[in-house]
Design a protein around this ligand. Structure first.
Ligand SMILES: Nc1ncnc2c1ncn2[C@@H]1O[C@H](COP(=O)(O)OP(=O)(O)OP(=O)(O)O)[C@@H](O)[C@H]1O
Ligand SMILES: [Mg+2]
Length: 386
């Protein structure tokens, strides 16, 4: 017995024996060392007195008598000097002289926990860096692809533009001709006129497409000045609210009151916001919610996120949505140029765009723009694009 007493008292591991109410019957020097209480103090304390005040109401302390097998918990302790430490406690029930007692082993795990916490923080920081790296790489690849496609498209558009202009002019001339009095008696005059109207309408559409294609591949005509982003977003949102009032669509703007004015091109930005909002409205198909949130990112850039509760984007389509002519809309409804043009414009304005979406769960397009500092906008030649 003497050997066991000596061992119990002197082993460096903190060991305790309590009764089934938690009153301390024995505590060794290890407990005294970690808790700061003397062995005499300890003999008149209960286990819960060693714990941090917020741990004392633990369910386990009220049910110690029900512990039937070794049980382990993590718990915060408080030293006599008021300082806290994290402990791992294991309770083992045993019987002695007809009494039910508990044998407890206590380990200070503060350092391990702090290291684990730090490791988790490092991992989190690494994950965020990796995400940012992937985002930038994706952006770079997209920009390269768009630059190549943009150049090709602009070349084709340029070639098509001239014959298209001739067709439009000739069709207009024919239309004028058919309006002359001497043609009034021409059989099927109305059919001719309808047909010409259709030709003119379709050539107008083709000219819009070639105009956009030329903008993809050529420097944009930019008018950089101070832009009141808040006013611009509110105006665009109001316009969309008016256009969709027949549908059950809720569009709202949440703009950080500290949003600074930025140096940019208001007309181009307006076109970009409208493109994103048009897509969001199309994705909703009659009902749902669109939110435009604007504020400053942690890196101090202006961030505008346009979210919708619409159809979302299939994973296989996500890498293609910024490609010129990629569209899932029916012919005549979408040309597939909105996003590629918006991407190009944003890039020339020194900004970027990223997307998050899951099929059936809406989409969020996040635009980032430089927060007003001069020189942030790419040095694009200030030429006219058409
Ligand atoms: N908010 C969104 N929700 C779901 N899908 C979207 C959203 N925005 C874009 N898309 C997908 O990306 C495709 C390409 O969009 P983009 O704006 O480039 O072309 P479009 O809207 O089809 O035609 P356009 O803008 O030229 O009229 C869309 O057809 C659609 O499939
Ligand atoms: Mg679109």
């Amino acid at each position: 017995m003497f050997l066991f007493n000596t061992l119990f008292e002197n082993v460096p591991l903190p060991l305790l024996v309590t009764d089934e109410k938690g009153a301390i019957i024995f505590a060794n020097r290890g407990v005294s060392r970690v808790s700061g209480y003397t062995l005499e103090d300890l003999s008149s304390l209960a286990l819960s007195d060693l714990c941090a005040p917020y741990e004392r109401g633990r369910f386990l302390f009220a049910h110690l008598s029900q512990i039937k097998e070794t049980t382990e918990i993590d718990i915060d302790f408080q030293r006599k000097n008021g300082k806290f430490f994290m402990a791992h406690l294991s309770f083992s029930p045993f019987h002695y002289s007809g009494r039910s007692l508990l044998f407890l082993v206590l380990r200070d795990v503060t350092r391990r926990r702090v290291q684990e916490g730090k490791k988790r923080e490092d991992e989190e920081r690494y994950r965020k860096l990796l995400e940012e790296k992937n985002r930038l790489e994706e952006q770079l690849q997209r920009s390269r692809k768009l630059a190549a496609l943009g150049e090709l498209s602009a070349g084709v558009a340029h070639e098509i533009n001239n014959p298209l202009a001739v067709i439009t002019e000739e069709a207009g001339w024919l239309q004028d001709l058919l309006n002359r009095p001497e043609w009034k008696s021409l059989p099927a005059l109305a059919d001719f006129q309808d047909s010409l109207r259709e030709i003119l309408q379709q050539t107008k559409r083709c000219r819009e497409i070639t105009y956009n294609l030329l903008r993809l591949g050529r420097p944009l005509d930019m008018q950089v000045q101070e832009v009141n982003l808040r006013g611009l977003i509110e105006e665009v949102v109001e316009q969309k609210v008016r256009e969709t009032q027949e549908q059950s669509i809720k569009i709202q703007a949440e703009i950080d009151p500290n949003l600074p004015a930025i140096l940019s091109d208001a007309i181009l930005l307006r076109q970009v916001f409208l493109n994103f909002l048009n897509n969001a409205v199309d994705a909703l198909a009659e009902e749902g919610r669109i939110t435009v949130k604007a504020g400053l990112s942690p890196a101090g850039r202006v961030e505008v996120a346009i979210s919708d509760t619409g159809s979302g984007i299939a994973p296989e389509n996500l890498p293609r949505i910024f490609d010129p002519f990629f569209t899932t809309k029916s012919p005549g409804k979408g040309t597939g140029l909105g996003l590629s043009l918006s991407h190009t414009i944003l890039e020339r304005l020194g900004g970027s765009v990223s997307v998050r979406s899951r099929l059936g769960q809406g989409a969020t397009f996040t635009i980032q723009l430089p927060a007003g500092e001069k020189g942030a906008i790419a040095d694009a030649p200030q030429n006219s694009d058409c």
